[in-house]
Write a protein that binds this ligand. Sequence first.
Ligand code: MG
Length: 222
Amino acid sequence: MQTVTIPSQDMEFLVGKILCIGRNYVDHIQELGNEVPTAPVVFSKPASSLIHNGDVVVIPSMSAQCHYEAELAVLIGDGGKNIPESQALAAVAGYAVAIDMTLRDVQDRLKGKGLPWDIAKGFDTACPLSDFVPTECVKDPQDLTITLSVNGEVRQQGATSLMINSVAKIISYLSSIFTLEEGDIILTGTPAGVGQVVAGDTMVASIDGVGSLTIGVTQQSF
Ligand code: MG
């Protein structure tokens, strides 16, 4: 089983569902040529896809185009069903920075055929995640800056104020479909600036006041 921690509170959580929101920033929707969704786009990653600070993403041999997507991650503490938006942030135990690694070529191929693209998002190492900080460290989750650099060069920088659906809205919406449980993690979407990494690259994703995540990249060779 996978666990995540809030080190400052000496707390450890068994990881449950990892629910992810797609197309949550208009500028990122435009760069991929997608339509603005009428309801949040939801997909999931298995807990087995989690890796931690200092680990390495292994691009599967089926892909020649692996993209990074830096995102704010939310850890559920007190979950529930049908959580009203006004109470949604009380369900949060902590915040972290995540990278939603995506096999863009595999995803596009499967999407084009109308097939599910789980493997493009859920392969082993597809979910690098920092340690969590408690909610007290984040005054407003809609007032954070997400940055990702590759080999020291900033590639992605975006403000969470530009989310189409706020963290509270996302929690409320997801809880109307899935019962949210302690240890569930939500990835809240990526701003513009996604791009490719290749073997030998080093990514650093960070959110001021939340955390930083350094992740290497390698390619599966068989
Ligand atoms: Mg994403």
